[in-house]
Structures are given as C-alpha cells and as structure tokens.
Design a protein around this ligand. Structure first.
Ligand SMILES: Cc1cc2nc3c(=O)[nH]c(=O)nc-3n(C[C@H](O)[C@H](O)[C@H](O)COP(=O)(O)O)c2cc1C
Length: 160
C-alpha cells in the first residue's frame, strides 16, 4: 500500500492539532507536511479572532511559506486542522487551491472547542469536488491525548 500524506495546520508546535498529526503519522506511517503561512498571526487572542474572522469573511488565501512539489504519489491524504469559524483555517484553502485532488481520498480530522467538525467536511466537498472526501472526525482539543488510540484506529480504518 502507498504511503499516505498527512497535511496539517496549527499555530502551535505542540498544540492539539500538531499532536493529532503526529499520532496519525505514528499509527499509519506516511509523510507529514505542515502548512505555514508567510504572515505571523497575532499572539493576542482578541486580535487573532478579529484577524481570522476578517480572513474568513473575505475568503482570503494567505500566502504560504512553501508547498509540496508533487502529490501524485499519494492516494490518501489526511487533512488535520483546528476548527476556525466552523471551517478550516484559511491557509488550508491556499494549500488546497494549489493542487488537483482528482481521485484522491481526503480524510478530514478537526480539533475544536465544542463545534464538532462544523461545516468543514461540506466545504471540503465543494473545494475538492473531484476527490472522495470522507466523513470527518472531530475531537475537543482537550481530549486529544486520551483519544490517541482511537485516533490511530480511525486513521488505519480510513486507509482501506
Ligand atoms: C480563530 C479561531 C477560531 C475558532 N473557531 C472555532 C469554532 O468555530 N468552533 C470551535 O469549536 N472551536 C473554535 N476555535 C477553537 C479551536 O478549534 C481549538 O482551540 C483548536 O482545536 C486548538 O488547536 P491547536 O491546539 O492546534 O491550536 C477557534 C479558535 C481560533 C483561534
């Protein structure tokens, strides 16, 4: 079986979303790619909310530091992200816009603070309309550690 790709975005190196990405990579192997925007988001919580809400309302596509050259070797791609404004953080959409996901299987995983997966899976079906987007898995950020085994089990099931 081909290696999967695990693409993730988190503002924090050791936040819940980065942990999920490393659990999945521990569990199923595969290559990890972190989406890093060129800009620095505000460290102030209130400013961050204002800034990201505007990005969301404007359907912004913040520039990224780098992209993967080629995703043609991957059939299964995990998208791992924190729920922002009930959807994916806008830098994720910059990444998505860069590629053609035709015939790829996209497996969404979302950390949140009670919003489940919001409408992120629906949004992914719109923007990756020629891919097979699986139903997403959402976990409260505070439960990520205790859910490690379940996350790995779910990731393995989605490889098939
Ligand atoms: C800008 C912003 C918007 C957010 N919007 C939502 C939301 O709509 N629903 C929700 O349940 N949590 C929301 N959250 C909470 C994050 O999803 C949660 O803190 C995230 O899982 C933390 O991931 P991290 O530890 O990798 O940063 C938001 C957080 C931020 C910073």
């Amino acid at each position: 079986m081909k290696k999967p790709l695990i693409v993730y975005f988190s503002l924090s190196d050791n936040g819940s979303t980065s942990k999920v990405a490393s659990f999945i990579s521990d569990g199923v192997g595969g290559d990890l790619f972190r989406i890093v925007p060129k800009k620095d988001y505000s460290k102030d919580d209130n400013e961050l909310l204002i800034e990201t809400k505007k990005e969301y309302q404007d359907a912004a596509r913040p520039e990224l530091l780098s992209f993967l050259d080629d995703i043609s070797n991957y059939d299964v791609i995990f998208f791992v992200y924190p729920l922002w404004w009930n959807t994916l953080p806008m830098p994720f959409f910059t990444f998505i816009d860069h590629y053609d996901f035709k015939d790829k299987k996209i497996v969404p995983f979302c950390t949140n603070q009670g919003g489940g997966i919001g409408f992120s899976a629906r949004e992914l079906r719109n923007v990756c309309s020629n891919a097979q987007v699986m139903s997403g898995y959402g976990i409260n950020a505070s439960e990520v550690e205790q859910e490690r085994d379940n996350i790995i089990k779910w990731a393995i099931e989605n490889l098939e």
